[in-house]
Design a protein around this ligand. Structure first.
Ligand code: PHE
Length: 450
């Protein structure tokens, strides 16, 4: 019988879980959503959701993992046989996300090398990004390189690989984020952009803002995909669960906020105050920002540092996705870590390559009008994750009852927000989650625009 791996202590757990939470979602998605949905209003709505919903769901997931000592499939099944399927659904999410997340991770490595080799002007040219992602071979090589980076760390194990890598990368990530944010907000003319990012505007307060903030929060906190269950199963009983979750939230939100300070004012200055420049989605990071860096004095250096930071953020998230899949294979099939990891690498290449080619030679192949990568993103984020989050609330709120989770939390210290947890898990979260699910599906199918 293998003994379960463990994080060595609370700091190891918090940094590894924060590593999972802080990712591409914080750096490119959060800033443009905030800019699009009323600046400060979005920040405020987001913050309220994090400390209520995000907190409650994360406590539930970590406690489920720690209580059962199992990853998602086993954890749900152990507590109630009928709910084993929730664990199965939760486990499918990282399997869908991991391959395409690595495609984007590969793009990040490419940009890092572009900037380090001094080609900032080339990267700023129109069509550079499209030209790169539509090639058949080059992006696939970067994709494989990124997968291998994640694999090496996962193969080294929980304490020696994941924990150690997080302890090195996460503090560097904080320092780099603060450094770039300070540099960006002190550029001439940046003040108006900062104001645009932070000042609340009432036009931002619509149902759509709340939905957008909620979807972002699930994704950003790595909820509803079994990751926090797996990481919880590696957490020691004596480390405080409530305060760990609070620290992870602060970390995740702080980096998202700083990313906004790096990006919004810079793009604002560059585009001469044109807010539309911020609404470019994925293109913001790979198309608009390189143009911004090219126009800045010292932009070449900032570009290198920025893409290094994004690389760390993406890598620690990819590790958590891979670890979750590996731990499922270990739990279910009793395979060794190395064997499971090799299988996951091959699987990620098999699904990652079509996602990458979907921007080039397979570009005409679309599902529901979406490219292969966008389709995977839609199925995982807009369909499966809300279903898993909803079922988790029902499971905890009505089947095993909040008390089961509370006992687990209390094993390692207090539970100050116990009442809040109960109310959110039983009543508020399930209702709101159904709202996001229905609206996002209708929205994508183009049936109903909110
Ligand atoms: N939380 C990560 C982010 O903000 C995204 C992520 C999703 C990471 C799923 C792991 C798994 O980018």
């Amino acid at each position: 019988m293998q003994t379960r791996s463990n994080f060595s202590g609370k700091l190891g757990f918090v940094l590894a879980a924060a590593g999972s939470a802080v990712g591409l979602g914080n750096i490119w998605r959060f800033p443009y959503l905030a800019a699009k949905y009323g600046g400060g209003t979005f920040l405020l709505v987001y913050l309220i959701l994090v400390v209520t919903f995000g907190f409650s769901l994360m406590v539930a997931e970590v406690a489920l993992g720690r209580k059962t000592g199992l990853s998602a499939i086993g954890a749900f099944k152990k507590l109630d046989k009928r709910f084993g399927f929730v664990g199965v659904l939760a486990s499918i999410v990282p399997m869908i996300i991991f391959p395409y997340y690595c495609v984007i991770g590969g793009w990040v490595i490419k940009y890092f090398f572009v900037f380090i080799s001094g080609q900032k002007t080339a990267a700023a040219k129109d069509g550079f990004f499209e030209g790169f992602i539509s090639q058949p071979v080059q992006p696939v090589i970067w994709l494989i390189l990124f997968i291998l980076c994640a694999a090496v760390i996962v193969i080294m194990g929980v304490e020696k690989g994941i924990e150690k890598a997080s302890k090195i990368m996460m503090p560097i990530l904080i320092v780099l984020s603060i450094g770039i944010a300070v540099f960006c907000i002190t550029r001439p003319g940046a003040g108006a952009g900062v104001a645009y990012y932070i000042k609340p505007s009432l036009k931002g307060l619509t149902p759509k803002t709340v939905l957008a903030a909620m979807g972002q929060m699930f994704y950003s906190m790595s909820l509803a995909m079994g990751i926090m269950v797996t990481y919880g199963s590696y957490m020691k009983k004596e480390n405080s669960l409530e305060s760990s979750v609070r620290q992870i939230e602060i970390f995740d939100t702080l980096i998202a906020f700083l990313a906004g300070l790096m990006i919004v004012p810079a793009v604002f200055v560059y585009s001469g105050g044109d807010a539309a420049a911020l609404g470019k989605g994925a293109g913001l990071m790979f198309i608009t920002l390189p143009k911004v860096f090219d126009s800045m004095s010292m932009g070449g250096v900032i570009g290198v540092v920025f893409f290094l930071l994004v690389f760390f953020a993406a890598l620690t998230s990819a590790i958590s996705l891979m670890e979750t899949i590996v731990s499922i294979l270990q739990d279910k099939l009793k395979w060794k870590r190395l064997t499971s990891s090799i299988i996951v690498v091959l699987f990620a290449i098999a699904l990652g390559v079509p996602s990458s080619l979907g921007y080039g030679v397979w570009g005409s192949f679309q599902v529901l009008g979406l490219s292969i990568l966008d389709f995977f993103d839609f199925v995982s984020n807009s369909v499966l994750m809300p279903i898993v989050a909803f079922m988790t609330c029902i499971f905890v709120g009505y089947i095993i009852k909040p008390k089961a989770i509370e006992e687990e939390v209390l094993e390692s210290g207090g539970f100050k927000s116990k009442k809040l947890f109960e109310i959110v898990i039983r009543y508020i979260a399930p209702i709101f989650i159904i709202l996001i699910l229905v609206s996002s599906i209708l929205d994508t199918l183009g049936i109903f625009k909110i």
